[in-house]
Design a binder for this molecule. Structure first.
Ligand SMILES: [Zn+2]
Length: 270
């Protein structure tokens, strides 16, 4: 599943390729991706409109059109965008935008991705629920303290909750807690201010580093043809069960939290 660095990497790539291009035609092979609209209205609102900007909120991609309309996309598990010079009928290409000189294809083998249209991004309920992300200046120790104060859940589980902090998924949650030297199953309301501060610092550090390396390529994340993230090489605990910790040589442990794998070092993390 793409997390903040992967979504931002996709946006940076798309901005280079398609800003300023006009949507000439749209082919929709499966209507299930359209959530608050139907094929006829979707086409009517988007055709002949120019893509003027692409922004991000949490893991949502927000395409801004020149008629003050926004197309809001969530990639979920396997959604991907490709920009092609000619129309390619790839397996699992479900929406294909003809941009006059290029084609923007939305590909999704699992079919969990979503498309919403809105003329007011402040009002779209899917976006309203999304909290600020760690790269936001407002994400600091007081923000986190306020959000976690009364929650007795495990910190790793809460880092994945997009209504508390957005953009962190399973890979970076393990990496952030390793960097912050905090055990993933510690209860959120029992964390000290010093521990919360470490989580804030490590969240910003890990996500910025991942962005610099264009994200992490875990099986299917890619952006553009043959372009993949390079952060894999920097993962310290993720997918390293029973391998030696780079810092203390203790074996990395894998546990399940809410049916998702968590990786941590029992020696370095307290
Ligand atoms: Zn260690």
């Amino acid at each position: 599943m793409p997390e903040l660095p992967e979504v931002q990497t996709v946006i940076d790539y798309l901005k280079k390729e398609i800003i300023g291009l006009k949507i000439k035609q749209i082919e929709i092979k499966n209507e299930k991706f359209l959530k608050n609209t139907v094929i006829g209205i979707f086409k009517e609102k988007l055709i002949n409109k120019k893509i003027v900007d692409i922004k991000r909120k949490g893991k949502y991609l927000i395409f801004e059109l020149d008629n003050s309309l926004f197309m809001v996309v969530h990639l979920r598990m396997e959604g991907k965008f490709f920009v092609d010079q000619k129309k390619i009928n790839r397996k699992h290409d479900y929406l294909i935008f003809d941009l006059t000189e290029k084609f923007l294809a939305y590909n999704d083998s699992r079919q969990f991705g979503t498309f919403h249209l809105t003329d007011n991004i402040e009002e779209l309920k899917e976006l309203k629920k999304v909290a600020i992300d760690p790269l936001d200046d407002k994400f600091d120790v007081n923000y986190l303290k306020n959000k976690l104060d009364k929650l007795r859940k495990e910190i790793k589980v809460l880092l994945l909750d997009q209504t508390i902090v957005s953009g962190i998924g399973n890979i970076y949650a393990s990496e952030i807690l390793f960097d912050a030297k905090i055990l993933p199953f510690k209860k959120a309301n029992e964390l000290s201010m010093d521990e919360l501060e470490r989580i804030v610092v490590s969240s910003k550090k890990i996500l910025k580093l991942a962005l610099k390396y264009n994200g992490t390529t875990i099986h299917t994340f890619s952006f553009g043809e043959n372009k993949t993230g390079e952060f894999n090489k920097l993962l310290k605990v993720m997918n390293r069960a029973n391998k030696k910790c780079y810092i203390c040589s203790t074996n990395i442990v894998r546990i399940k939290q809410q049916s998702r794998s968590t990786f941590y070092c029992p020696q370095c993390q307290k």
